[in-house]
Design a protein around this ligand. Structure first.
Ligand SMILES: Nc1ncnc2c1ncn2[C@@H]1O[C@H](COP(=O)(O)OP(=O)(O)OP(=O)(O)O)[C@@H](O)[C@H]1O
Ligand SMILES: [Mg+2]
Length: 252
């Protein structure tokens, strides 16, 4: 059975069972700077079902990061709506929006935004402390997560002193610190050499399964995209399902 057919079947079963966990409806994003305007996409629709691993591919500038930002409520759409678990994200108060990001979502961005002066352990503890978790519990969970990403020995080292690949793994542990429902990742293997990227790919897939995540990953790395249940290509403001040929390793 081909990748796409398998993906379709899984989606169809899921559709019968429950509504999408994450949904974008008629999403339009236009950036304006002075008289200039950039229409990134218009009337875009997306449904991601609980437990799915979805890869988002497309040329540089096609709008992958923009879409992830809208799903994460880090930016507001020009038109259209994002729904999380049937709730309209656009209707959230600023407090609800912060709660959505802190409690329901985990992020891994290409620039990982770790606090360089803080240790790896402190970086993974921080979102939990913001969420009000007890210090000792946060510490225990952070240690366990660092162990899961293979970085237990680096727990006490400053994030700024770690290698790029190690920092990405700390960012991944941090993303999982509040047991999110959804993992959003933007180029999680972007700055890594081939071998480290392959290790990160394995780790992302493993954590997706073991943590019961719903994952949406924007990537140029086709090896990572190939692991997904579904791959969506963003091109000319439209999102279409795609199958990655087995010989390709990089997408434009
Ligand atoms: N803040 C902004 N103001 C104006 N234009 C923007 C802004 N952010 C992004 N854009 C434009 O929107 C388009 C989509 O950008 P986006 O960063 O979403 O692309 P991408 O698919 O993530 O690209 P890449 O693969 O290079 O990361 C681009 O044309 C970009 O120049
Ligand atoms: Mg991007």
């Amino acid at each position: 059975m081909s990748e796409s057919v398998r993906g379709d079947c899984r989606q169809r079963v899921a559709e019968h069972q429950r509504p999408a966990l994450l949904r974008a409806e008629n999403l339009t994003k236009v950036y304006r700077s002075g008289p200039e305007q950039v229409v990134v996409f218009e009337g875009l629709n997306l449904e991601v079902f609980a437990g799915e691993f979805v890869a988002l591919v497309g040329e540089s500038g096609s709008g992958k990061t923009t879409l992830l930002h809208l799903l994460a409520a880090l930016d507001t759409p020009t038109e259209g709506e994002v729904y999380f678990d049937l709730q309209r994200v656009g209707a959230f108060s600023s407090r609800e929006r912060a709660l959505y990001r802190n409690a329901k979502l985990g992020f891994v961005w290409q620039m990982h935004y770790l606090l360089p002066e803080f240790t790896a352990l402190e970086n993974v503890m921080l979102p939990q402390l913001i969420a009000g978790r007890d210090f000792r519990c946060a510490q225990t969970r952070a240690r366990r997560l660092l162990e899961e990403v293979g970085l237990a020995p680096a727990a006490g080292r400053r994030a700024g002193e770690l290698s790029g690949g190690e920092q990405q793994r700390v960012a991944l542990a941090r993303a999982l610190s509040n047991q999110p429902a959804v993992l959003l990742a933007d180029e999680p293997t972007g700055n890594l050499d081939h071998k480290t990227a392959a290790r990160m790919t394995d780790l992302l897939e493993h954590l997706h399964r073991t943590h019961g995540l719903t994952s949406v990953l924007a990537t140029h790395n086709l090896e990572l995209a190939r692991r997904a249940d579904r791959t969506l290509r963003l091109a000319d403001g439209r999102l279409t399902e795609t199958v990655i040929p087995s010989h390709d390793t990089m997408t434009p």
